[in-house]
Design a protein around this ligand. Structure first.
Ligand code: AOS
Ligand code: ZN
Ligand code: ZN
Length: 394
């Protein structure tokens, strides 16, 4: 329902949406798949330079995706300064650096938690190398996701692994520059199936608190048991100032990494509602809104454009919540009234608001149509032969 008193809220929403940024994953642009099959697509990038060029297309048509996360070593190049300049020439910046300590045979029994001190040394060194890369790329966030865990009870000592993890993280943390952060991701299962070493937000938070102010939790929306109330975790981490970033995606069963907002747009709205309510949408709030997705069967650049739009739509609805009416209804114990305020915002069609905003920003109101009309997809399909795999199923 559009009423005259919604006008100031709409104006404020437009300003907040204009300032919102979403970081893209370099691995979304490479070929990906499941353990059953990786489907190659025509025109996929052959190197990190081409991944950045594709990411820049997403920014070009949405105006909301000015950073690209890298994965080391998937995105290793000889000269990160040159990669940074390449990104800047295309109007984007290099974002979080993701460490990869899960693809060497040495890491079969874990990386920072491995019982063998030599392997732990190698894992810490891999992170120190990531910090060197960050100094060249200008990145602020070192994102750590560990595949560490156990498949069988008794396989290793649960508590000793936490001690080793704390020790490794502390050495990496000590090497951070003052403007840099460790952002520690949790995942409740996979690839380990009995016990994961950082399985939940509590474990991540405990390690971050032991490390210091520059360590924050990453919340990957796909990394929870079915039915988990993710917005509660968001609210809780915001309360203590430790929500460092999101890895946005959708899951139907497990860590499916499908497009954000596809499986449960209402959940995404509820998450963004907590963000808006806490003032954490502000670019200075320290929350990095990232995508962590792969596009196995759909075209990748449009898949990323659609995802950015999905985040924008959920954010717009969260910004339209009538906070005064909600607070009043909550105070007076008006259960259905309070719920109704939230649902009114969720049920608002925000597509024309976002289209108008894009026009105001000099963009095409429909990024999907504009990208399709640009001919970029056909051009890369013709020019690029032998595109690279994303690196892993992501
Ligand atoms: C793995 O499941 C995590 O979501 C990681 O954040 C991420 O997908 C990986 O580092 C990308 O390869
Ligand atoms: Zn993730
Ligand atoms: Zn994941």
């Amino acid at each position: 329902m559009t009423q005259p008193q919604t006008q100031p809220r709409t104006t404020a929403a437009r300003a907040a949406l204009a300032a919102q940024t979403i970081e893209l994953p370099s691995w979304a642009f490479g070929n990906s798949g499941t353990r059953f099959k990786v489907f190659g697509q025509p025109g996929v990038p052959r190197d990190p330079y081409e991944k950045i060029a594709d990411a820049a297309q997403v920014h070009r048509y949405t105006g909301a995706a000015p950073r690209v996360s890298l994965h080391i070593p998937w995105d290793l190049v000889d000269d990160f300064g040159a990669l940074r300049r390449h990104a800047e020439d295309l109007g984007v910046q290099l974002g979080a650096i993701n460490s990869n300590v899960f693809q060497d045979d040495d890491y079969m029994l874990g990386s920072l938690t491995n019982p063998d001190p030599k392997v732990r040394r190698k894992a810490v060194d891999a992170h120190l190398r990531c910090l060197e890369v960050m100094n060249e790329t200008g990145s602020q966030d070192l994102k750590i996701w560990l595949a560490d865990g156990l498949n069988y009870p008794g396989q290793d000592d649960l508590r000793s692994r936490q001690d080793r993890l704390a020790e490794g993280l502390a050495e990496i943390y000590a090497a951070l520059a003052p403007h840099q952060r460790i952002i520690l991701e949790y995942k409740f299962f996979e690839p380990a199936f009995y016990a994961t070493d950082v399985p939940d937000w509590g474990t991540s938070l405990l390690h971050c608190m032991a490390l210091g102010e520059q360590a924050m939790v990453v919340l990957d929306t796909g990394h929870h048991a079915p039915g988990t109330n993710i917005e509660f975790i968001v609210a809780q981490l915001l309360r203590v100032g430790r929500l460092g970033a999101f890895d946005f995606n959708s899951r139907f069963y497990a860590d499916d990494d499908l497009m954000v907002g596809a499986a449960d747009p209402f959940q995404l709205f509820r998450i963004m509602n907590e963000i808006v309510a806490a003032g954490a949408l502000d670019p200075d709030s320290g929350v990095n809104f990232m995508l962590d997705q792969c596009h196995n069967i759909e075209p990748k650049i449009p898949g990323q454009i659609r995802s950015v739009m999905n985040v924008q739509e959920a954010t717009a609805k969260a910004l339209l919540v009538d906070r005064d009416a909600l607070a009043a209804a909550q105070r007076s114990g008006d259960v259905l009234g309070a719920h109704g305020v939230l649902m009114d915002a969720y049920n608002t069609d925000v597509r024309s608001l976002l289209a108008d905003l894009r026009t105001e920003q000099g963009l095409d109101p429909d990024p999907m149509v504009a990208y399709a009309a640009s001919g970029y997809g056909e051009r890369i399909a013709a020019e690029r032969v032998g595109g690279a795999q994303a690196g892993w199923g992501a």
